[in-house]
Ligand binder design. Sequence first.
Ligand SMILES: [Zn+2]
Length: 479
Amino acid sequence: MKRTSVLCLLLATSIVSFGQKKPKINTNKKAVIASIDARNDQLTDLSDRIWAFEEIAFEEVKSSKALADFAESQGFKVTRGVADIPTAFTAEFGSGKPVIAILGEFDALPGLSQKAIPTKEPLNEGSAGHGCGHNLFGVASLGAATAIKELMEQRKFGGTIRFYGTPAEEKFFGKLWMIREGLFDDVDICMDWHPSAETKAAVQSSLALVDFMVEFSGQTAHASADPWNGRSASDALELYTTGINYYREHIKPTVRIHYHIMDGGKVVNVVPDYAKIWTRVRDTKREGMEIVWKQVERIAQGAAIMANVDYEIKLISGVHELLVNRTGGAKMQTNLEYLGAIEYTDEEQEFAKKIQKATGSKVVGIESIITPLEETLEHPGGGSTDVGDVSWVVPTIRLSATTAPKGTPWHGWAVVACGGMSIGHKGMIYAAKALSMTMVDLFEDAELREEVKAEFIERKGDYVYQGIVPDGPPPLPGN
Ligand SMILES: [Zn+2]
């Protein structure tokens, strides 16, 4: 008798302590998890179709349509071709406040077509590929929005859920024109995620950048018979890049300068009268980037003077660094802890190891962990995103979910491979769950929304957002 009661007590204690480890969730969160599980096949099929469409920036016609059609079939009010971009759309359900937004990207990268196998082999030779996992990105976000919509239909909470189909993140940064159009003006809080080699609430910033085209114009002449009649645009181009490369010694370590020669002349026996170069300047903060941007423009002017040619600089676009939100990140993290880490089968571990071997990375397989909430760094490095601009307009809560093993070169064939098979699919489904759970928190908890907004206002300070985007229509193909 006594023994039994001690055993009961022990059991009861262990159940309580187990219960304390794992945060409890309410029925609404259970419902969104169940909703996404029920749609697993549907969402996987949608992401595989977008993966195979292999469409690049502003040409994502089939991908955008597939997502918009899905949203419409689920009962969302879809507005296609927003901000004068045929592949941009919004899908909305509900009415009034709060307005919770979620972002979805779907563009691929040129030249990265790849089969869903762990060795390099294109699906379609010369075509594009989802080397940033955006086939998963858009679908997970729309899946999360759909789960929220179902709770709204059951009158679990009010307000508006709005999915943004945002094209051309990889080139031109489509969100800039959607912001300029005022599409985010009534949003309270925005959600976002990105495929990654880690699973964590994302609380690091990104780099600000600017893209501009420099064009040099001179005069053609016979390269040997009368070169004195020529004024070489490619001389100016070489002087320009030489100037940039000397300048590198005198810029801060956080700055990055890249260029891509678009046109350096056509043939060896003609002094070229035209040259064109895409230039990109980045830094961890917009202010630092702007200083370097202006100096690089002066280098273009100097190069033109030295080569005795004319020059023109055209702004393409630019993005802000991300404004992080730790309050939202901490809430996201509790939901990740509830979900637990993504688990992998032996076959998936084998696939991951083959990917690591083929790309020269450490062969360790794919990690099944949740990275703890990190300290937000002042200079985190990394890449850039137009989500940065959204984050200066509305508070933005972000997630990274594992869709490829550690060490996989991003924007490469191996990320495409993983995004077309179960490793990518698992990350996508996981992201949909974590995003929708955090949206449940936001819809249910007015106090949380206020805390997230208060942090946003404090971090933003007195900066009034101004997009780095030229006047006129977006740079669509043919414009
Ligand atoms: Zn990306």
